[in-house]
Design a protein around this ligand. Structure first.
Ligand SMILES: Nc1ncnc2c1ncn2[C@@H]1O[C@H](COP(=O)(O)OP(=O)(O)OP(=O)(O)O)[C@@H](O)[C@H]1O
Ligand SMILES: [Mg+2]
Length: 226
């Protein structure tokens, strides 16, 4: 008899593998965090404010070295890579949508997107700009944009470089429900179209449960709840 379930499991391609990650700042934040993110799949991370969600994303995306544990990207331990290799990974493979948007404030929207095109040798996807409903604000200065408009522009900038893994830290925090759903739909479509993966931090349960798996950071442990 053919074991279809086994075939299904073996066809999964792990992109990010996290093993025993433990970290403290002034006090222990979390210990022995394990998870696997597969190609074309999404993971949501929930948890109360201050529990360490952004710190986890910083570790998974190379920005912070944990006290102990390993993070593998395509079977390579990212914390054993050279500085040059880490920079390559951040530039080409990882797309980080930060909780506070890092847009270049001296430039307008379209200039911010051009910077991403130049750095990554890619082209802005015009249909993405329309879908994100930011076509009419591209010539405004960053300081003139609302929080939600900056959030959508940051998303466009990150997707322009065609990352393999998107790390999104509360990307819908400033958006109304309808715009939030539209933005999440764009991220889900993107990972299917480009064989990428998504890790998203969110406080919104209905967004989290659309992901393939959901974890909660609670009592210093990352527990899987879906
Ligand atoms: N670089 C740092 N140095 C010292 N402490 C830090 C640093 N970064 C974060 N912390 C502390 O670690 C804890 C977790 O912070 P983190 O930003 O990861 O929480 P969070 O779960 O993302 O919260 P929120 O939902 O409010 O965004 C906080 O108490 C924070 O003050
Ligand atoms: Mg945070």
């Amino acid at each position: 008899m053919v074991d279809t379930n086994k075939n299904k499991i073996s066809s999964k391609h792990p992109v990010l593998d996290v093993r025993g990650v433990t970290h403290s700042f002034d006090y222990p934040l979390f210990s022995n965090v394990d998870l696997t993110l597969n190609e074309k799949e999404s993971i949501a991370i929930m948890g109360t404010s201050g529990s360490g969600k952004s710190t986890l994303l910083n570790i998974f995306s190379t920005l912070l070295k944990p006290d102990s544990g390993e993070v593998y990207y395509n079977n390579q331990n990212i914390f054993t890579l050279s500085n040059k290799e880490i920079l390559e990974l951040r530039k080409n493979a990882f797309g980080i949508i930060f909780q506070s948007h890092y847009l270049f404030r001296g430039f307008n929207g379209v200039e911010n997107l051009h910077i991403s095109e130049l750095l990554n040798d890619t082209k802005i996807d015009d249909s993405l700009i329309i879908k994100l409903k930011i076509d009419h604000i591209l010539h405004q200065g960053i300081g003139e944009l609302s929080g939600g408009q900056q959030q959508r522009l940051s998303t466009a900038r990150v997707l322009t470089k065609k990352p393999k893994v998107i790390f999104a830290d509360e990307p819908t925090g400033n958006l109304d429900k309808k715009t939030a759903i539209e933005l999440i739909d764009i991220l889900f479509e993107y990972i299917q179209q480009y064989n990428a993966s998504l890790m998203i931090v969110t406080h919104e349960k209905d967004i989290a449960f659309r992901c393939d798996s959901v974890y909660e950071l609670i009592d210093h442990k990352l527990e899987r709840i879906k």
